[in-house]
Design a binder for this molecule. Structure first.
Ligand SMILES: *Cc1c(COP(=O)(O)O)cnc(C)c1O
Length: 232
């Protein structure tokens, strides 16, 4: 068994244990394999082990990876999860199935305008800043409802839910807090009539905390592919 296959099994086991502890069905949580900085061959290995949804952060890197894996395109779901500048939206609108990191109306409008007519609506999540001033990305929780309403009205986008990248925290209780903030906001938006079904939260070090607080997608890189090397 390759190390990637072994790691995938271990991550699925972690998700299952956390789901049991939360009295949730394990299949209500999807694993997004975050392949940023790793070569197309590693994605292919994970695909061979049954993984189908992959997350990428950098436009240029992801476009060449998607191209290198064109033979698998119909079976892979590509999720863009990195910061998105307005002059780089086109390849994302054209190539991806999901974008988790929408935090401004201007970005959402461009993605909707640039989404090819022949493709289904682009699935998007609103990135929310749940850690106060620590992170510069993400809409403030108080502004999320207004922005969500505007995004939900765009024709070629389908607003699916909320995403966050909290500051790292040591123990399980501290890790749960920002996830609970996002979950509460998610419940509020749903109560306001937005048809959301996705809570994208939790990474390699805090996926249990996220599952306990209701995550429906966990985004895991290091625990699947290993430590990232940004040098090349
Ligand atoms: C890199 C990244 C991840 C994966 O983080 P790991 O700690 O390697 O699991 C998840 N989400 C986002 C937005 C990322 O940029």
């Amino acid at each position: 068994m390759s190390h990637i296959e072994e790691n995938l099994r271990a991550v699925h086991a972690r998700i299952e244990r956390a789901a049991q502890a939360a009295h949730r069905a394990p299949d209500s949580i999807r694993l997004l394999a975050v392949s940023k900085t790793f070569p197309a061959d590693d994605v292919r290995a994970a695909f061979g082990a049954g993984q189908r949804a992959f997350g990428e952060n950098y436009v240029q890197e992801s476009v060449s990876k998607i191209e290198a894996l064109a033979d698998l395109r119909a079976s892979i779901e590509w999720h863009f999860i990195g910061p998105l500048q307005s002059n780089k939206t086109r390849p994302v609108a054209e190539q991806f199935d999901w974008v988790h990191s929408v935090d401004r109306l201007k970005i959402a409008q461009r993605l909707s305008e640039q989404r090819p007519a022949a493709l289904p609506a682009l699935n998007v999540c609103l990135q929310v800043n749940v850690s106060g001033e620590a992170s510069k990305s993400g809409v403030e929780p108080a502004e999320a409802l207004g922005l969500a309403r505007e995004i939900a009205a765009l024709p070629k986008l389908r607003l699916r839910g909320l995403m966050s990248i909290p500051e790292p925290a040591g123990d399980l209780q501290a890790q749960r807090e920002p996830h609970r903030v996002l979950r509460t906001l998610f419940d509020t938006l749903r109560a306001e009539g937005l048809a959301l079904d996705t809570l994208s939260m939790g990474m390699s070090s805090d996926l249990e905390a996220a599952v306990l607080e209701g995550a429906t997608i966990v985004r895991v890189g290091t625990a699947i592919f290993g430590k990232r090397d940004y040098a090349h």
